[in-house]
Design a protein around this ligand. Sequence first.
Ligand SMILES: CC(C)(COP(=O)(O)OP(=O)(O)OC[C@H]1O[C@@H](n2cnc3c(N)ncnc32)[C@H](O)[C@@H]1OP(=O)(O)O)[C@@H](O)C(=O)NCCC(=O)NCCS
Length: 183
Amino acid sequence: MSDYRVHPTAIVEDGAQIGAGASIWHHAHVRAGAVIGPGSVVGKNVYVDAGAVVGARCKIQNNVSVYSGVVLEDDVFVGPSAVFTNDRFPRAFGAWEEVRTLVRRGASIGANATLRCGIELGELCTIAAGAVVTRDVRPNELVAGNPARTLGWVDVHGEVVSRDAERPPSLPFGGIDQQEEPS
Ligand SMILES: CC(C)(COP(=O)(O)OP(=O)(O)OC[C@H]1O[C@@H](n2cnc3c(N)ncnc32)[C@H](O)[C@@H]1OP(=O)(O)O)[C@@H](O)C(=O)NCCC(=O)NCCS
């Protein structure tokens, strides 16, 4: 008896590591060697590759592929149809080099955003819907557009607290631990 939920249409390969209380929804595919932390929600038609790591209490919305080389820390939100990459100079032929992407704790990625591999998304940052992110994003930074540029700064709730280019000195780092546990 597993202590996580898997919809009958989902495929969870032997050797996938799934934490207690996780939910794997319709037509998702979790490969052997993937890691999904406790309490995480893997939406409809999500693919989690061998070697991909999803932390605790993450929410991955429909139609997202979390490729090998992608690491999501705890409490990360990935909006519907967001796109990760893991090959910076892709070709259909020859060898390729996997390039990592690290998403720090509490970050939120908007719908349809595209994340070029080799970057780090800082703690509690927000990526706007449809952004194409080509560089590191600072903690609490809000970025938007193609290529993504600073649009402002968000607090732990995701509320925009500044439209400045630089982090407001009054904005605290972190704060997720003080939030209520999701029900
Ligand atoms: C980025 C975001 C958080 C900004 O929210 P906001 O501050 O309330 O945005 P506003 O409507 O006040 O717009 C502020 C400016 O940012 C621009 N903007 C807002 N969202 C944008 C986006 N996704 N891409 C590019 N520019 C955006 C607006 O056009 C506006 O520009 P202007 O001042 O030149 O007119 C929000 O628009 C967003 O994209 N949220 C993510 C939604 C999502 O994907 N959810 C996933 C779960 S369904």
